[in-house]
Design a protein around this ligand. Structure first.
Ligand code: TXA
Ligand code: MG
Length: 386
């Protein structure tokens, strides 16, 4: 699959023009977004869509998110990425872009969606909507719905507005691996497989968008949280009167139909085994630690990589007596700050010399702590346990 020369360019007007040219020809461009870098291709072009699945080695049953410009028409590279104030997002998606077909949604649901999108778009919220018939099945993996998001990142917006096409873009990592939050991380993942990476620096949010799906039930309309992400569930709940259900803990069992294929239990995983600790390291004793690490004891002498939370957390004394090299990566106790650095620190540990990785649980499970906890749980699962 390798063979292309992958260039990294800053998003100058010339680079954006070149990216547009590539996208029009069905090629792929990695672009920064405020969450993670995306691997973008023309959402209406089956050739581009096939290339996305191939470059990522992503199974075809996992549908893509379609990214759209924050309004009608190109307003120039340095224009305000926040888009048209007062834009009717649903009419824009249905009538201007022809991506969705909202005929089946209730009046109450339409009103609730309008309010949510008005508040959170552009931004890290993805909304799953009934798809318009002509949209290629490759985007939606044959589902009747399409996931749509309006990124707030100025480079993503500049590209969307220059290219004048909706862009299907999964995270720009190989399937199941750690999402990239810098251009260099994309390069490590997809070097030789794509022609161009636009370098917009480090992503501001650091974890993927929240995925929300409207559901009409006999009890009335509600929303389902398919993936916790950049917009916390608390913020969504504060902005809508409709119930938002969080089926998060009901992780699908093998053979059960997946609601959102991204809910595969193993995901966002380093190449080394990662063990999610039940509590902060200082509260563990040697025996418990050894029991947890037991399945990977053979790799332990190479060293231990530890992901910790807090200012300058101490290592327990019993750990030092083990006599193994330890590499630490520390994340802030503030969940928004921790989210920003999470994937980069995991990547550092994965590339270090340690044979086994352990992570403390995120000390905060509200706000962005919800998404961090979700990603750590999935990173810690055995890939054989899909
Ligand atoms: O922040 C993000 O969302 C990033 C950036 C690049 O925008 N993109 C991203 O894409 O995370 P990806 O492909 O890694 O994750 C897309 C998620 C998956 O969990 C997928 O199953 C879910 O969205 N999804 C897509 N279409 C869906 C649909 N029609 N119904 C339910 N879930 C869907
Ligand atoms: Mg992904």
């Amino acid at each position: 699959m390798e063979g292309l020369t992958t260039r990294i360019l800053f998003p100058t007007p010339e680079a954006l023009a070149e990216a547009t040219q590539l996208l029009r020809m069905g090629h792929l461009v990695a672009m920064p977004t405020e969450t993670v870098y995306g691997l973008a291709g023309h959402a209406w072009d089956p050739v581009a869509l096939t290339r996305i699945f191939e470059a990522k080695e992503r199974p075809y049953f996992d549908p893509l998110i379609v990214h759209v410009a924050a309004g009608r028409g190109f307003k120039g590279f340095n224009s305000d990425p926040s888009g048209d104030p007062g834009l009717d997002w649903l009419a824009y998606l249905e009538q201007d872009l022809g991506l969705v077909d909202l005929a089946q949604l209730s009046v109450q649901m339409i009103a609730a969606l309008q309010a949510l999108l008005q508040t959170f778009w552009p931004g890290p919220l993805t909304c799953v909507l009934p798809k318009a018939r002509p949209l290629p099945d490759l985007v939606t993996s044959g589902l009747e719905t399409v996931a749509i998001r309006v990124p707030a990142d100025p480079v993503a917006q500049a590209l969307l507005q220059t290219a004048r096409m909706p862009l299907a873009a999964p995270s720009a990592n190989r399937f199941g691996r750690i999402s990239p939050t810098t251009a260099q991380a994309v390069y490590q993942e997809l070097q030789g497989r794509i022609p161009l990476i636009l370098d917009g620096g480090s992503c501001a949010v650091g974890v993927e968008s929240t995925v929300l799906k409207p559901v009409e039930t006999s009890m009335g309309p509600s929303f389902e949280l398919l993936r916790p992400g950049g917009i916390p569930i608390e913020a969504l709940r504060a902005s809508t009167r409709l119930p938002i259900l969080d089926p998060q803990r009901l992780v699908p069992q093998l053979g059960e139909r997946l609601q959102s294929p991204g809910q595969l239990k193993s995901h966002y995983a380093p190449t080394k085994p990662l063990i999610l600790l039940p509590c902060q390291l200082v509260h563990l004793d040697l025996q418990t630690f050894q029991d947890l690490i037991q399945p990977y004891a053979a790799q332990l002498p190479q060293g231990l990589g530890i992901l910790m939370f807090g200012g300058d957390p101490e290592l327990p004394e019993w750990l030092q007596t083990l006599g193994i090299p330890v590499q630490r990566a520390v994340l802030s106790q503030d969940p928004a700050e921790a989210a920003r650095a999470l994937f980069a620190r995991l990547r550092d540990l994965d590339q270090g010399s340690a044979g086994v990785l352990v992570s403390e649980p995120c000390p905060v499970t509200t706000g962005l702590g919800h998404a961090i906890s979700d990603r750590l749980q999935r990173a810690a699962r055995d890939p054989a346990d899909l």
